[in-house]
Design a protein around this ligand. Sequence first.
Ligand code: ACM
Ligand code: ZN
Length: 532
Amino acid sequence: MKKLTALFVAAMLGMAAFAEVTYKTVPLAQKIALSESGKTTFLIKGQAVSYPAGNAQMRRNALFAQEFFGLVPQEAAKKKTTPVSLTLGLESENPDAYRITVDKKGVQIQGASESGVFYGLQTLRKSVAGETADTIRLPWAVVEAEPRFQYRGTMLDCARHFFPVEFVKKYIDILALHGVNKFHWHLTDDQGWRVEVKALPELAKRGSRRPHTIIGKNIGLHDPANAIYDDTPEEGYYTQAELREVVAYAAERYITVIPEIDLPGHMVAALSVYPELGCTGGPYFVRPYWGVDPDVLCAGNPKTLEFIKTVLGEICDVFPSKFIHIGGDESPRTRWQACQKCQAKMRELGLKKEAELQTYINKEVESFLSGRGRELIGWDETLEGGLSENATVMSWRGFKGGIEAARLHHRVIMTPTSHCYIDYYQLKNHDHQPLAIGGYLPLSKCYSLEPVPDELKPEEQQFILGAQCNLWTEFVSSPDHAMYMLLPRLAAIAEVQWLRPEEKNFEQFTGRLAELQTLYRRLGYKYCTTFE
Ligand code: ACM
Ligand code: ZN
């Protein structure tokens, strides 16, 4: 009878059919208590959504409610209720926690802070993913969730290929949809320098351009001179105004942008503009091919630190993030071994091995960043010559670096290639796949990531701040391709970031994923439609 009534109401309201809302989204909320009454409340386009008066972030959240559900924002007023309300004051130590209550009073989304309300809105949005009707039937329920990790990251490499601001914003939208709160932006590399530095105008102007790019995986029998290149210049950089625009856009979605200036390796684009900063003096050219380059910043040249501080000073001006990523990965030491300036520096500092030169740079950088109220984060190679005092380590060559750093009581982000490198193939059979860097990282493997290793003691485990997936773009040159690599693997990583191991279940996850994919389609996101 109840069902018949509902169908009758549906017919009256001009709806074809009701999709059953279960609130089982990705990432899954820890508590979904459906009312035994079986009653429902209608979410109707044009209804009012209230938010606490004078709170700009909550007003912005209400505007998201307008975007997602067609609601009309209004400030909350005493003695006046609205069908949908966004409120603060949820008691939880986790600022990202939220509770959605659907009952006779309507729909209330309450957060422990503004970010919690935002995640509640996203969950409601995903709960009604397939529903395009003006009126949506919501079963009475209480839904509660909070993320397991405070650091929930995703990286995009915009150095190997340049992605326009418009797409970067779309990428951020996708991260927000999945409850990610850190956007790690890889901005500089051997193949392109993509940030404006006002004190060094030539850096982005010339360092952001390469005349052509190697085609596919022909490596000229390991000799780039014999490789085959396309005829298409790759160029582009972000002005500081654009960078600020992206930072603000992300902040509205509770995402911190962590910029990465990769040093002292992965610096050939910069060396092409300032060859005096390299050990050999060059000449250098912006690399049109991939791989680890032997040419790095000269650690013995005082101008190198000057350069780094000039760049990072402006980076700190533009990016409010506490963490500033300084890369540190894949920086060969062969040039340092053969460089008189570097060797003299080692003697001056009493260093025994070249790896310690990198630590010397990192310590200088850390102290500079600390003066700006910032902290250094780097890839796990930063462990090799000894970590600087406050460094946070991004463990990518497996879990080993992260374990070592946590044992030293340094903070850690887990992003091992085995589970987090979404530039790898996601299906075993490559026949119908766009070119990838190699490897094999199926959805199930992403999902199986456990960022907190068993071998750490409980007090060491606390140093694992979270996990992140990385999209390197050597072989990804278009927004559609980038989305295809990202989705749906980000959905799996999102459950790793939000759920405890005992709350995860791959089978059930794939069921919930189907509904999320409906939303992907509605939003025009490209994704891999099958999974392994
Ligand atoms: C890295 O993948 N080189 C951090
Ligand atoms: Zn040198």
